[in-house]
Write a protein that binds this ligand. Structure first.
Ligand SMILES: *[C@@H]1O[C@H](CO)[C@@H](O)[C@H](O)[C@H]1NC(C)=O
Ligand SMILES: *[C@@H]1O[C@H](CO)[C@@H](O)[C@H](O)[C@H]1NC(C)=O
Ligand SMILES: *[C@@H]1O[C@H](CO)[C@@H](O)[C@H](O)[C@H]1NC(C)=O
Ligand SMILES: *[C@@H]1O[C@H](CO)[C@@H](O)[C@H](O)[C@H]1NC(C)=O
Length: 512
C-alpha cells in the first residue's frame, strides 16, 4: 500500500474509532469508580498450548480433542502458544492499558499427578507470568478450574463425580495460594460451575463427554444425564466451600485476596405475561443461578429444583450445608445474551436437568423453541446484563459481582471489528446502569484478550481484541480496532486523545 493510501486508511480508522469512542458512548472511564477494574481474559487450555512440554500431563481436554470431538477436529496443542509468548502478550496488555488480567492455571501443568509433587517448570511458568503482570501494574485474577481436569483424576475416580475430588482440589488450591497468593487479587474456584457440569455430564459437549440417551449432543456411550450433573455439582459446591474456608483460615489475612465462583449467565424474559410463563421464567433463573448460588448464599438448593429433580438432587447434610453457606466473597458471571422463556409442562418420562427446568427457551419472541438447552446465535441484548446484575443484587444479598466474561464471537477474522466495539461498549454501559441502580459490580472483563481455541467452536470463532493468525506458525498478534478502542477508553478516558494516538499506531503498523 502506498503511503498516501495508508494515510487515508489511517484517517478512516481514526474517524471510526472516534465515532465509537466519543460519539456513541455516553460514559467515560471516570464514570466508574477508580477501584473498579477493566480487564480481559483467557484460560489455560485455550491459550497456553505446549501441552506435552516441561512435564505437563494431559488434561481432560487433551483426551477429548484428540478423540476428534471438536466440530473442526481441532485441538489446543498449540492454541495461542501463550506458554512461550506470555511476555509479548503482557506487553500488549500493558500497552492496551488493561487494568486486570483473568487467566486460569492448568492443574495438570502444576501438579501432573493430580495430587502430590509440584512440577517445578509449571511453578516457574506461572510465577514468571504473575511477576510480569505485577511489574506492568496489571491486577492478577486467577481461575483455579476452567473445566480442564487432570485426566489422571478422571481415570482414577471419575473426576467431579467422586467425593475424592474435594481433597485433591483443596490440596491443589493450597499449592496455588501458597506459591502465588502474595501477588493475586482474586481467586475464582470454578469457571461456569453450572454449565460446566452440564457440558461434561449432561450433553457431552465438554470432556469427559459423558451423557445418556436421549440427552447428549452426540451419541452417548457412557454416563447418566439424569443424575450425574447433579452429583458433579454437589461435589463442586463442597470442593468450592472447602477451598474458600482454606483461604479464609490460612491465607486471607496476609494475602488480602478474595475468593468467589463463576457461573454462566443469560437473562430470561417471559415470552408472555401468562402466569405459567412468569413462573417458568423464575424457574429458569432458579435452575441457572439458584442451583449454585442458593446453596452458597443460603445453604440449600432452590425449592423448585428439589421438587422437580426429586431424589436425583443429592441433599446436603447439615454439616455440608453449614460449610457451604456464606462461602463466597464475590459472584463472577460470564454473560453474553438473553432468551425468551415459556412454560413446558414437566415431562413424565426420564428427565435431565433441562427437562427438570421444564421451560422452552427461544432466541427471540418470534423464534421457535431451541430444543436442548439455551439457543445459539442469539442477538445482542445489553439491557439483559443490567437486569441480570440487578437480579443478582436483589436475590443474593448484594454481593460484589464481577462480569468475568462478555464478548462476541465472529467467524470473520477481520481487524476492522466495529461490531465488537458496539457490543462491548453497550454491555459496559449496561454494567454502569446496574451500578447506578445499586448493584455492587467491581469489574468487567472482555472475552477474550486475544483469539483462542474456543471450547465450543475450536478455531472457527474469534473473540479476541487482538487477532492471532493461526495460519502463520509464528502466531503473530495484531490489534483489532476493538483493542485500540478499549485502549482509548482506558488510557484516555474515552476522549479524543485516542484519535491522534490511533493514527500514530496505525501509521507505525502500516509502515513497519
Ligand atoms: C455430595 O458431596 C459430598 C462431598 O463430596 C459427598 O460427601 C457426598 O457423598 C455427595 N453426595 C452424593 C449423593 O454424591
Ligand atoms: C440413571 O440413574 C437413575 C437413578 O439411579 C436410574 O434410574 C436410570 O436408570 C439411570 N439411567 C441410565 C441411562 O443409566
Ligand atoms: C407484560 O407486562 C409488562 C408490564 O405490564 C409489560 O411491560 C410487557 O410488555 C408485557 N409483556 C408482554 C409480552 O405482553
Ligand atoms: C473524563 O471525561 C469526562 C467526560 O468528558 C470528564 O467529566 C472527566 O473529568 C474526565 N476524567 C478524567 C480523569 O480526565
Amino acid at each position: 500500500m502506498s503511503l498516501g493510501a495508508a494515510a487515508f486508511f489511517c484517517l478512516l480508522l481514526s474517524l471510526r474509532v472516534q465515532d465509537a469512542a466519543a460519539a456513541d458512548l455516553g460514559f467515560t472511564r471516570s464514570d466508574f469508580p477508580r477501584e473498579f477494574v477493566f480487564g480481559a481474559g483467557t484460560s489455560a487450555y485455550q491459550y497456553e498450548g505446549a501441552v506435552a512440554e516441561d512435564g505437563r500431563s494431559p488434561s481432560s481436554w487433551d483426551i477429548f480433542t484428540h478423540a476428534g470431538s471438536m466440530p473442526d477436529k481441532s485441538t489446543g496443542d498449540v492454541a495461542a502458544d501463550g506458554y512461550h509468548k506470555y511476555m509479548e502478550d503482557v506487553k500488549l496488555m500493558s500497552e492496551t492499558g488493561l487494568e486486570a488480567y483473568r487467566f486460569s492455571i492448568s492443574w495438570s501443568r502444576l501438579i501432573p499427578n493430580g495430587r502430590g509433587a509440584v512440577n517445578p517448570k509449571g511453578l516457574e511458568y506461572y510465577n514468571n507470568l504473575i511477576d510480569e503482570l505485577v511489574n506492568h501494574g496489571i491486577q492478577v485474577h486467577i481461575t483455579l478450574h476452567h473445566v480442564d481436569l487432570p485426566q489422571i483424576l478422571e481415570d482414577q475416580y471419575g473426576g467431579w463425580l467422586s467425593p475424592r475430588i474435594v481433597e485433591d482440589f483443596t490440596a491443589y488450591a493450597d499449592v496455588c495460594f501458597r506459591e502465588f497468593g502474595d501477588r493475586v487479587a482474586s481467586w475464582t474456584t470454578m469457571d461456569e460451575a453450572n454449565i460446566g457440569v452440564l457440558g461434561s455430564y449432561g450433553n457431552a459437549l465438554f470432556p469427559p463427554g459423558r451423557c445418556s440417551d436421549p440427552f447428549g449432543a452426540t451419541k452417548c456411550t457412557a454416563g447418566n444425564s439424569s443424575i450425574e450433573p447433579y452429583i458433579a455439582a454437589n461435589n463442586t459446591l463442597v470442593a468450592h466451600a472447602s477451598v474458600f474456608s482454606l483461604y479464609r483460615e490460612k491465607y486471607q489475612h496476609k494475602q488480602k485476596g478474595i475468593v468467589g465462583i463463576n457461573i454462566y449467565s443469560y437473562w430470561s424474559y417471559p415470552l408472555t405475561n401468562a402466569t405459567v410463563d412468569l413462573e417458568a421464567t423464575q424457574r429458569c433463573k432458579d435452575f441457572l443461578y439458584g442451583w449454585i448460588l442458593e446453596p452458597l448464599v443460603f445453604g440449600d438448593y432452590p425449592q423448585v429444583m428439589k421438587k422437580n429433580a426429586g431424589s436425583r438432587l443429592p441433599p446436603f447434610t447439615k454439616a455440608q450445608s453449614e460449610l457451604i453457606k456464606g462461602s463466597l466473597d464475590f459472584i463472577g458471571i460470564n454473560h453474553y445474551f438473553s432468551v425468551y422463556v415459556n412454560d413446558h409442562p414437566l415431562d413424565t418420562g426420564v428427565r435431565d436437568y433441562t427437562a427438570d427446568m421444564s421451560v422452552d427457551l427461544r432466541r427471540s419472541r418470534t423464534d421457535p423453541p431451541a430444543g436442548q438447552g439455551p439457543p445459539t446465535n442469539v442477538p445482542s441484548d445489553p439491557k439483559g446484563l443490567q437486569l441480570a446484575l440487578e437480579y443478582l443484587k436483589e436475590t443474593y444479598g448484594n454481593l460484589p459481582i464481577y462480569v468475568q466474561e462478555n464478548g462476541i464471537g465472529s467467524a470473520d477474522d477481520s481487524l476492522d471489528d466495529t461490531d465488537r466495539i458496539g457490543y462491548l461498549s453497550s454491555y459496559m454501559e449496561s454494567t454502569l446502569k446496574a451500578m447506578r441502580n445499586g448493584a455492587d459490580v467491581r469489574g468487567y472483563f472482555a472475552w477474550a484478550f486475544l483469539d483462542l481455541f474456543e471450547l465450543l467452536a475450536g478455531y472457527q470463532s474469534r473473540y479476541g481484541l487482538y487477532q492471532v493468525d493461526f495460519a502463520d506458525e509464528r502466531l503473530p498478534r495484531q490489534a483489532r480496532l476493538s483493542a485500540r478502542w478499549y485502549s482509548g477508553f482506558l488510557k484516555h478516558n474515552g476522549s479524543s486523545a485516542l484519535v491522534s494516538r490511533t493514527r500514530v499506531n496505525q501509521a507505525l503498523n502500516l509502515v513497519s
